[in-house]
Design a protein around this ligand. Sequence first.
Ligand SMILES: NC(=O)c1ccc[n+]([C@@H]2O[C@H](COP(=O)([O-])OP(=O)(O)OC[C@H]3O[C@@H](n4cnc5c(N)ncnc54)[C@H](O)[C@@H]3O)[C@@H](O)[C@H]2O)c1
Length: 332
Amino acid sequence: MPAVSGGKFVVVGGASLLGSHIGELLLQADAREVVLLDNLALGSTDNIQSLLSDGRCTFVRGDILRLNELFDPFAGADGVFNVAGFLTAPIAANPWMGIDVNVRGAQNVLEACRVQGVKKMIFSSSTGVYGGLGDEPNDENSPLRWGDLPPALVLYCTSKVMGEGLARLYQQRYGINCVSLRYSAIYGERQHKRAIDATRMVEAYERIRSGQPPIIQGDGNQLQDYVYVGDVARANLLAMERNVSGEGITIATGVNTSQAGIVDLIVKACETDLKAQYSDDVTSKPSPATRPVFGREAAKRLLGWEPAVSIEEGIRRLVAWLDQERASTKTV
Ligand SMILES: NC(=O)c1ccc[n+]([C@@H]2O[C@H](COP(=O)([O-])OP(=O)(O)OC[C@H]3O[C@@H](n4cnc5c(N)ncnc54)[C@H](O)[C@@H]3O)[C@@H](O)[C@H]2O)c1
């Protein structure tokens, strides 16, 4: 399997939250060349300025819906990380584009790998492939339960199932080694507002820094398994280097934090005396009874991966980055 040190790697969707962190780790791990490819539909080159100051790293503006734009950047690549995708919120806003990017785009990336003889592709999937979560642990053997989910979420979940299916097909038919990594809710530095759960972190931060109490929606008991972006990027490098392929692997912490708990951690990291307020929005529903319980045994067994950054530490890092961003925009 391709060693990162000395190799050439393409990060498709390289200007994203996750793509920028994968690029950073590749450079730290002595990759020879790192290409960050993105059409900037959702990401921004602001995310990757510091990476581009390293002479080994280049940015290519390219669209995965245009197969021809992938051939040159993929030439001579040892491995490709396909991070590009539309999350549920952008799919809800533009389902045509979202499905195209998540499905046809994923196929184009595989096709360009085939034409250019790329040895391995790591696909950014989601725990969404399990759909609605039951109370029992959800792991690689869990079925897709989609009956009660909102339509845009069903489209997102099934588009990731399609992406994984295409990866398996290309592995079977053309021998391209593929691994699909199924992430829970990612958060961290360079956080955007497209991920529904992590968006609340940024909203709480923004209210606090503008002197207002942060708001907890509903009863605040809604649970989520938040995984730190640097840990997810590390899982990607392990999946590239390890002798593993044809697998779909859950990348989650196995630890749940409530919405109220997240707001509390943001309050602490911001060192404010402001107290959180519960929203009196009567349309806010109480939290569903289900709780995400993700098994991460396969990640440990196949990749030697375990999360390293706790939610407390991850939130501290996020707040430090948000403070830095705020200070730099104030001085412009
Ligand atoms: N953020 C999460 O909580 C989360 C959870 C589970 C899975 N994932 C998956 O992980 C991946 C990365 O998530 P993220 O939050 O970093 O995403 P993001 O929204 O920050 O980035 C997606 C990137 O894809 C790019 N892109 C979109 N269409 C493109 C196209 N046609 N051609 C080239 N680039 C294109 C966007 O410009 C953007 O930079 C996604 O595939 C997402 O579905 C994310």
